[in-house]
Design a protein around this ligand. Structure first.
Ligand code: NI
Length: 261
């Protein structure tokens, strides 16, 4: 059984084929999916998907690159959404300095990262962190916010093994997706080797980040077995063990999801 912890099935790339793909997931062993909001609109659609499919759950939040969309009114709306039974996390939230180089924009990212973390604390939900080209600021802000008291995952992890261990010390999980299958993904392979399986979550970030041999194409959760096999190879364990342990990890993190499988 596979727990997909990070998907974007609301994305327009799924406008053709969405229903057929989603309907096929349980039979392909994908028994749980957390769909993750990145904008106000995608958060809305995420909540709708969670209402429609019993195996889909929702993370609500605004991505750092979309942070200009956020204001007090919309923040209050996010808070309301957390009361829904199938809203299981705040995300994706964080910092992305890759696209945004403007100091004022980066300051705004930090501001709403802090606010959305506070919301998670207040509502007793875990956070889904997106962090790109911003390792030190992410770590510093999380330390200041006492993020060790807020559970969460560093999704699509792209930093060093040492940094991963720092996040793990704070109680965080490390999200591993298609990138781990890329030949040039030396750092991520090392990270997977050095951290315990008990701290790894499986994710696609679909429609992005398709694993080999589908790199560059539209991704979906049915490709997760390629990620499982790669992790199993790196750790010299059977693929089933990767599935089982990461399944338990996800249930521990997303504690609003009751295990009925
Ligand atoms: Ni994402």
């Amino acid at each position: 059984m596979i727990f997909e912890t990070h998907a974007h099935y609301d994305d327009e790339q799924f406008d053709s084929g969405r229903e057929a793909i989603l309907a096929s997931l349980p039979d392909c062993g994908i028994k749980r999916v957390v769909n993750v909001g990145s904008t106000i609109e995608s958060t809305k659609k995420t909540v709708e998907l969670a209402k429609k499919y019993d195996f889909i759950y929702a993370a609500v939040g605004v991505h750092p690159s979309e942070i200009s969309q956020l204001n007090e009114e919309r923040f209050a709306w996010l808070r309301e959404l957390t009361k829904l039974e199938k809203v299981v996390a705040i995300g994706e939230i964080g910092l992305d300095y890759y696209w945004d180089k403007e100091p004022a924009v980066q300051e705004n990212q930090r501001y709403w990262f802090r606010r959305q973390m506070e919301l998670a604390r207040e509502t007793n939900l875990p956070i889904v962190v997106h962090s790109r080209d911003a390792a030190l600021d992410t770590m510093q802000i999380m330390k200041e916010a006492h993020a060790e008291e807020i559970p969460g995952v560093i999704h699509c992890y792209s930093y060093s093994p040492e940094m991963a261990k720092e996040f793990i010390k704070m109680g965080y999980y490390i999200g591993v997706g298609g990138v781990v299958t890329f030949k040039n993904a030396k750092k991520l392979k090392e990270t997977v080797e050095e951290i315990p399986l008990e701290r790894i979550l499986l994710e696609t970030d679909c429609p992005y980040m398709a694993p080999e041999p589908h790199r560059g194409k539209r991704n979906d959760s049915r490709f997760i077995p390629y990620i499982v096999d790669q992790i199993a190879q790196i750790k010299h364990i059977p693929p089933k063990e990767v599935e089982n342990v990461t399944w338990e990890n996800a249930l521990t993190l997303y504690k609003k999801i009751v295990n009925t499988v």
